[in-house]
Design a binder for this molecule. Structure first.
Ligand code: BTN
Length: 270
């Protein structure tokens, strides 16, 4: 597939500067780095302003959730981290930041590429059961308030699943689905604009609207699932999510269990 790395270079991004209030007011493009989340964490600790975005064409040590690595062939993906300082959000609502990233990414993809996106609980972007992207949110607390949070978002855009057989069974890319290369610059701008809109709404109190938008996209609900908990596997039907983002699983005996994203991995088993 065609590489469109030119459309992601720094100058092009400046030309395409998104109309945003907070997120994406400053965008820095890096040709290659270890992990944009790690780079932005250092900048956050050094006092960087809310809204700063780092975007790269290649990560040599990209990180995923639960200690996994995140792989993406160079110049084929959208790999970015966004710095937030949501000091107004209480720590127990911080799962809404993950929700914000997942919902905004799904909306940006649908608006620019026209591919319908579902979410595998808690926040994997997927198309027909194959992973299209993932979210890694990392935050620092002070006195139970959020000092800063980093939204790390990786989207599979222009890579060909045939070139990565180890991923092809469970992952796909937007270009593979739409059978045409996707303009990463346009998708990047749409992503920042949607994140900015949803973030402003959240600050103004739209918790419920964001939560409902997330719940409405969860492909996991209604599925038979297996959660790997510290007590062992938990098998049942995913029947709902609670207001803190926990997944409610009803076992065959009728007991309702709630599992949390930081503690378990969940997969559909039918
Ligand atoms: C997951 O599904 O496990 C989350 C993947 C998150 C990947 C992104 S790519 C940009 C940012 N930098 C990283 O090292 N990880 C996130």
């Amino acid at each position: 597939m065609r590489s469109d790395s030119a459309s992601l270079n720094g100058l092009a991004l400046v030309r395409q500067a998104p109309e945003v209030r907070t997120l994406g007011t400053e965008v820095r493009w890096i040709a290659s780095t270890g992990s944009t989340n790690d780079d932005l964490k250092a900048l956050a600790r050094a006092g960087a302003a809310e809204g700063l975005v780092l975007v790269t064409d290649e990560q040599t040590a990209g990180r995923g959730r639960r200690g996994r690595s995140w792989q993406a062939p160079p110049a084929t993906s959208l790999l970015q981290s966004i710095l937030l300082r949501p000091t107004w959000l209480v720590a127990k609502e911080s799962f809404l930041l993950t929700v914000l990233a997942a919902v905004a990414a799904a909306e940006a993809i649908e608006a620019t590429v026209g591919v319908p996106v579902m979410l595998k609980w808690p926040n994997d972007l997927e198309y027909q059961g194959r992973k299209l992207g993932g979210i890694l949110v990392e935050a620092e607390l002070r006195d139970l308030q959020l000092e800063w949070a980093i939204l790390g978002i990786g989207l599979n855009v222009n890579w060909d699943p045939a070139t990565l057989p180890e991923l092809a069974e469970r992952a796909t890319s937007l270009a593979a689905i739409s059978a045409t290369p996707v303009d990463r610059g346009a998708l990047f701008v749409a992503l920042l604009q949607q994140l900015d809109l949803r973030y402003a709404a959240l600050r103004e109190g739209a918790q419920t609207a964001l939560y409902e938008a997330w719940r409405g996209r969860l492909s996991t609900l209604g599925c038979k699932v297996q959660a790997e908990t510290v007590e062992g596997p938990l098998i049942g039907t995913a029947v709902g999510v609670d207001r803190s983002g926990g997944l409610q699983i009803r076992t065959a005996g009728g007991t309702l269990h709630t599992v949390h994203a930081g503690d378990v991995s969940v997969r559909a088993i039918d």
